[in-house]
Design a protein around this ligand. Structure first.
Ligand code: DGY
Length: 325
């Protein structure tokens, strides 16, 4: 019996490939850069399974040009690059990889928060440029955690993992999300629910953990930045599109807020000459929230499992649109 054809849009950890190699007829895009859209369009015409990444644009046109496609399996928890509506109409399940990257992403969020508030990258530059001559009583002073308030926007898995870290550092943790958590969970996490506006006004550090949707696109813009404290820091390890970057640049230059640390930007990567990359009170990292060994292995395994289930017509272990069944 012939094996189902599958296209994988990049090399993924071997643990995932091992699950697939005997069961499917595999083609892997071997280059470091994502396949161009025209190539993707071409490839999906042939395949029953697509294993893709957040860098691939899986839109209506593409899905509708894939007559044999039985499953789309994304190796990421976020899926804003995929037209879920069209996939659902076509009866194609979409898989993703929630849970396994929660702790790694929360760790990176914490690393960025510590780094921007204590000016780690600035300090590193200072030394590398030979500017450090002596210990200075007033040199490179940063923000205090004692008595500070952490505001979390979106308290799903990753937001909750960040909240736990916040409690460990004795921060007051407040949050906002469309649907409030049950009181028992709030109590367990030690978090207080506040309105969006209150969160912006009261937080010393704001961390974004909401998916990118039409509703959250540019959620943080000019007005929101104006409401924040001048001493506040903004951390984003979710999706770049949640922040209006022009407004953020302006706010940072004008001293409306103290700094920002961004693991995600719009677009990715930012052009080399982008203003954000010239500001000393900004840290930008290349979307590495889930980039730990075990996390990426687990993500690859989950993506392979979702793919195999879809090819066999079984419900996906982690499905974004389970209503198709
Ligand atoms: C995700 O999974 O959505 C992250 O952004 C990358 O791992």
């Amino acid at each position: 019996m012939s094996k189902p054809k599958v296209f994988i849009t990049r090399q993924i950890p071997q643990a995932g490939l091992d699950l697939l190699k005997d069961k499917v007829d595999l083609e892997i895009w071997e280059k470091n850069e994502p396949p161009p859209y025209s190539i993707l369009l071409d490839k999906v015409q042939e395949v029953e399974g697509l294993l893709c990444l957040l860098t691939d644009q899986i839109d209506q046109q593409l899905i509708n040009q894939a007559p044999h496609l039985k499953v789309i399996s994304q190796m990421a928890v976020g899926y804003d690059n995929i037209d879920i509506n069209t996939a659902t109409i076509r009866g194609i399940p979409v898989g993703h990889t929630p849970g396994v990257l929660t702790e790694a992403t929360a760790d990176l969020t914490w690393a960025l928060l510590m780094a921007i508030t204590r000016r780690i990258t600035e300090a590193q530059e200072y030394i590398k440029q030979g500017k450090w001559t002596t210990w200075q009583p007033m040199g490179l002073l940063g923000a205090d955690f004692v008595g500070a308030t952490l505001g979390i926007i979106g308290l799903g898995r990753i937001g909750q993992a960040v909240a736990r870290r916040g409690k460990g550092f004795n921060l007051k943790v407040i949050y906002h999300k469309p649907r409030r958590l049950y009181p028992k969970l709030e109590q367990e996490l030690g978090v207080n629910y506040v309105s969006f506006e209150q969160l912006l006004k009261e937080s010393d550090f704001i961390s974004l953990h909401t998916p990118l949707t039409e509703r959250t696109y540019h959620l943080i813009g000019e007005n929101e930045l104006k409401l924040m404290k001048q001493t506040a820091f903004l951390i984003n390890t979710a999706r770049g599109g949640i922040i209006d970057q022009n407004a953020l640049c302006y706010a940072l230059q004008q001293g409306q807020i103290a700094g920002a640390a961004l693991d995600v930007t719009e677009p990715e990567p930012l052009p080399k000459e982008h203003q954000l990359l010239t500001l000393s009170n900004v840290i930008v990292t290349p979307h590495i929230g889930s980039a730990s060994y075990q996390t990426r292995f687990q993500m690859a395994i989950m993506a392979a499992q979702n793919l195999l289930a879809g090819l066999q017509g079984q419900p996906l272990p982690n499905c974004v649109n389970p209503n198709i069944y």
